[in-house]
Design a protein around this ligand. Structure first.
Ligand code: FAD
Length: 209
């Protein structure tokens, strides 16, 4: 990603024990092992201006405070305390900011009403639902899931495999992930057609190094 001062920020991520290292040579080797060589070719001659930082607390975690039978008044939970995402999706701050805006509106409208806190907590749960679905749909292959979950995963995995080569889909995917667009944008007929005809080549435990 291009950032200020003619510099680039590079993030590599792995799954299922196939992780990038924080050692420069191994980091480059990981980039080289990707199905698409563009990133490796771009960074192999670049000059690092910082060490490589690693981060492995990547679990998605949701807490259903809104389901409490008795809810304490004046107790509000938002941000990561309510729902924490794998940072790879870049959603946590966006969700926290949306919740803060929602809190501002709700305080203006209902702050003196009985049950304000529980009502707000249900709104938080509603705001979290879509990003949670997006973050977890392609991330929990080992969990038991219903048909909708399996179809969502199948669709998302194929769609993700198109991202390195289809810039239009990549931009729409980014806008959805960053909550600038509805996830329905991923069901545009052109995208559905591309997904259905995609040759899937996602790294799996079998071909991980
Ligand atoms: C590596 C990484 C990359 C990320 N990248 C992105 C991204 O690109 N885009 C994005 O949207 N989100 C990203 N996130 C997620 C984002 O940082 C969080 O979702 C967001 O900061 C959550 O805001 P918060 O206010 O809930 O919690 P925090 O930002 O964690 O704030 C909580 C604060 O409470 C303080 N605190 C904790 N305990 C106590 C205590 N007992 N007493 C007093 N203070 C306390 C902490 O010091 C901290 O300052 C990333 C997260 C990580 C870890």
């Amino acid at each position: 990603m291009a950032i200020e001062g003619n510099r680039w920020m590079v993030v590599l991520a792995g799954t299922k024990k196939d992780y990038p290292s924080t050692r420069e040579d191994e980091f480059l080797a990981f980039a080289r092992s990707l199905p698409d060589a563009t990133l490796y070719e771009t960074i192999k001659e670049a000059t690092p201006i910082s060490p490589i930082y690693g981060y492995r607390r990547t679990a998605n975690r949701i807490r259903h405070f809104e389901q409490l039978k008795r809810y304490p008044e004046q107790f509000l939970v938002l941000g990561d305390a309510a729902c924490c995402f794998n940072p790879i999706y870049g959603q946590g701050r966006t969700v926290a900011a949306l919740e803060a805006l929602m809190l501002d509106v709700c305080l203006g409208k209902y702050r003196r009403q009985q049950g304000f806190a529980h009502r707000f907590q249900r709104k938080v749960a509603h705001a979290i639902a879509t990003p949670w679905q997006l973050a977890t749909a392609a991330a929990l292959p080992e969990t038991k899931e219903n048909l909708t979950g399996r179809v969502s995963r199948w669709y998302l995995e194929r769609l993700i495999s198109l991202l390195p080569t289809d810039q239009a889909i990549w931009l729409i995917f980014l806008e959805v992930i960053h909550m600038l667009r509805s996830p329905l944008a991923l069901m545009h007929p052109r995208i559905v057609a591309s997904v259905l005809t995609a040759q899937k080549h996602i790294s799996s435990p079998e071909n991980a190094t």
